[in-house]
Design a protein around this ligand. Sequence first.
Ligand code: NAD
Length: 393
Amino acid sequence: MSPLISLTWHDHVTGRAGYLVVDRLVRGVSSGGLRMREGCSLDEVTGLARGMTMKEALHYNDDPAARYIPLGGAKGGIDCDPRDPAAYGILVRYLRAVRPYIETVWTMGEDLGLTQDVVDKAAAEAGLVSTVQAIHPLLDDEAAARRRLADAFAVQVDGIGLDELAGGCGVAESALTALDRAGVPYGGTRVAVQGLGTMGGATARFLSRAGLKVVAVADVKGTIACPAGLDVEALLAARDAFGTVDRAALRPGDRELPGEAWLSVDAEILVPAAVSYAIDTANQARITARWIVEAANMPVLPEAEELLAARGITVLPDVVVNSGTNAWWWWTLFGDIGPDADEAFAHTRRSMRALTELTLQRAEAAGTTPRAAAHAIAADRLPLIAERFGHYR
Ligand SMILES: NC(=O)c1ccc[n+]([C@@H]2O[C@H](COP(=O)([O-])OP(=O)(O)OC[C@H]3O[C@@H](n4cnc5c(N)ncnc54)[C@H](O)[C@@H]3O)[C@@H](O)[C@H]2O)c1
């Protein structure tokens, strides 16, 4: 199905392209972040917007006590390296251009290449009240809801903002659920992560705190590895604003390896948490892990996933695994949880465990991949959502 809105923008100063795709509206609103990366394409943004529709639907439940009711899916993208000195100006001009959509139908936030602080600053410069202002008419008590979200954004846990931790908490819980189902103990289970930004950084923290051993992490500069286990907190503390680790923080036993080395280290779990399309038909052959947990969006190409499945390697799909960030925003804004880290992590863990269990059970029963099972669950729910809240497409 084609998306409801699909537009391409060109910056009049630099000629750079930006995209906005609204896949679907629910109650007149859609949700999805904005990414900035060199090479970002309309196809990529269209796929990501579709994924957001699924993530929203996967968190739909008819529990009358639930206050967050899922929205439609959307995504924005800007084709520019976020470290380019012109990037911030392009971001402001993009937001100014798409401002009518953000004011009315597109609630957005940070994604790859951007942090929420930068998005908020640019949005204010572009004349926006908030990046999620389209949702304000749906709130019972707008002032209280906005205060709750602002308070939640101010919460820090051991040097990292709660908003940057909720998603990784969910990714880690999905991985732990798969280990529990397979009867594999956490202690000694090895993990390799691509990307140590918002998602990869938080996932590495939660998995190492659960007792797993993070043996490799990759960022734009290459892979850092230590078979005995890396000092995750030291690496997290040595990141710059783009998630690049200062190599001065490495210990004598840590080794620096090429960019793709994270794929083939000895580990039971791989967590791609950086770019889309990271695992393709060629490099999948080097993977020996048992699980690939998609913290990033669309990191495994479909043809690669077929080959991995044939080799008994399970991919836990992005639409399930990384859906916790988006859900956390809404649980907080709608008031399912307060601005408190323990409450947020407990709710995230409970929800992500239930969703991962449901997905894996359905996959097992139907003899499909977990991704096919997740898509089937979303496909079952989308008509129910449209029936309950109306058709907007
Ligand atoms: N931030 C969110 O709220 C959120 C939520 C759900 C999914 N995601 C997805 O997670 C992924 C990462 O997003 P993020 O917000 O954590 O990004 P980020 O910008 O915070 O961090 C990106 C990390 O990936 C590394 N990286 C970039 N290109 C790389 C490459 N070619 N090879 C190796 N490492 C590379 C960077 O050095 C950095 O460590 C994206 O696919 C994004 O769509 C993000």
